[in-house]
Write a protein that binds this ligand. Structure first.
Ligand code: ZN
Length: 303
């Protein structure tokens, strides 16, 4: 059976929903799910909000109720197979009488023996690999953190005359840089939660202050459940991480300047090794987002 238009629409809805879990779901993945009834009409949806609470599939099944029977579950990550604080989702889908399951990304932790296999064994029609690239727009940081055993690191700063400096709080808020990350490291090693009112430091048991070797800092944060870290500050905050090749993404804010002005310094915009991925015009300036351009280019400032 090929993926229907209504399943593709549902998957994109599920991907969008899954992003609501960013900044709160860690160390679990941000996952979204939409249930379609027998006629392909959406009858339930949900996302995973935080560890210890219901998974996306459970929320969607609860909303769909009996309309899920004979229907299709569209989910951004392979339904889980482990019994944790909540029952395994693959079993919940089977019990609800779901006939078909459409999955984007196969869970790398299931090692080929996860929910997809169990559901096929139970006679469900399971299709995986649907809109993988689009689903990884949201799941990517979690997948990369898992693969490397350290959080994804984003460094945000403002381009100033003498090099990078802390981004103004108003611009940090305007571009919502803290909303989707688990933790924020600022000057002096001060550590705070990403989204105020999100998971909070209580969930991760983060220390209020964390300094030292960048690799060890990331190791400690990963063990505490952090999967995305924002470095919020100038060279004093981000420099040691860039020097060690530990920055994955840069958000560089360029404030208003007169046309035909003189660039401040050659250290102003991005370290060598980072290529521009997107540029957003805000009300008071421009935000440049960059990631590692080529593996052959070392991360460093021009000397
Ligand atoms: Zn689950």
């Amino acid at each position: 059976m090929t993926t229907s238009d209504s399943e593709l629409v549902a998957m994109r809805r599920a991907i969008s929903l899954s992003a609501l879990g960013l900044g709160s779901a860690s160390p679990n993945p941000p996952v979204g799910c939409v249930i379609l009834d027998r006629q392909g009409r959406p009858v339930g949806e949900g996302y995973h909000q935080r560890k210890g609470e219901s998974h996306a599939e459970a929320h969607a099944l609860a909303a769909a109720g009996e309309r899920a029977y004979g229907g299709t579950a569209v989910v951004t990550l392979e339904p889980c197979n482990h019994v944790g604080r909540t029952p395994p989702c693959h079993q919940a889908l089977i019990d609800a009488g779901i006939a078909r399951v459409v999955i984007a990304v196969i869970d790398p932790t299931s090692r080929g023996a996860g929910g997809a296999v169990r559901m096929r064994e139970a006679g469900l029609d399971v299709e995986a690999g649907v809109l993988v690239e689009e689903a990884e727009v949201v799941l990517g940081p979690w997948l990369r953190a898992l693969r490397r055993g350290r959080p994804l690191v984003i460094w945000a700063f403002e381009v100033a005359k003498d090099g990078p400096t802390a981004i103004p709080r108003s611009q940090c808020d305007a571009f919502a840089l803290r909303a989707g990350v688990d933790a924020v490291l600022t000057a002096g090693g001060r550590l705070i939660e990403g989204r105020p009112g999100g998971h909070g430091a209580g969930v991760f048991s983060l220390p209020s202050n964390l300094t030292g070797d960048p690799a060890l800092v990331l190791e400690k944060l990963y063990k505490a459940g952090v999967r995305t870290l924002l470095l919020d500050g100038g060279t004093d905050v981000g420099g040691p991480f860039v020097d060690r090749g530990l920055v994955d993404e840069i958000c560089s804010f360029v404030g208003e300047t007169a046309p035909s002005g003189v660039p401040p310094t050659d250290r102003a915009l991005l370290p060598v090794g980072f290529g521009i991925r997107s540029v957003s015009r805000g009300t008071d300036g421009v935000l440049v987002t960059a990631t590692q351009a080529q593996l052959s280019e070392a991360q460093k400032w021009p000397s």
